[in-house]
Design a protein around this ligand. Structure first.
Ligand SMILES: [Zn+2]
Length: 125
């Protein structure tokens, strides 16, 4: 995939977005990401999932599937918090913050910080 290293951050956020809402397994996520235009091989996705789990954003369990197992992932509380903070930041980047007045959205750091703080406060679990 072109620009893969750069886009990996967005892909991780997309994974967290889904993990915060529901459980998923790797192959489902590969299809879901493809729907959004991200072409990932298992050899790229699984190390990302393992790193997110190692860093405390995801947890996983094994589920029996006939004779084999598959690993099911979901977000931890930390992962859900990061998902909320990241969404505020994505809105900041794209200029879709709901209360935005400024015409120069990349310069108004004070507003951005307060939005992030609000998101963190709201997610006090
Ligand atoms: Zn999606």
């Amino acid at each position: 995939m072109k620009h893969q290293e750069l886009l990996k951050g967005l892909i991780r956020l997309h994974i967290l977005h889904h993990a915060a809402k529901e459980e998923f397994y790797g192959q489902w996520m590969i299809h879901e990401l493809a729907r959004h235009g991200y072409t990932l091989s298992p050899g790229t996705l699984y190390p990302m999932l393992h790193a997110l789990e190692r860093d405390g954003y995801l947890r996983s369990r094994e589920e029996r599937l006939g004779r084999t197992f598959r690993r099911i992932y979901r977000a931890t509380a930390l992962g859900r918090e990061a998902d909320k903070v990241a969404k505020v930041q994505v809105r900041e980047l794209t200029g879709q913050g709901r209360k935005r007045r400024s015409t120069d959205r990349h310069k108004s750091g004070r507003y951005r910080r307060s939005q992030v703080e609000n998101a963190q406060r709201r997610n006090g679990d």
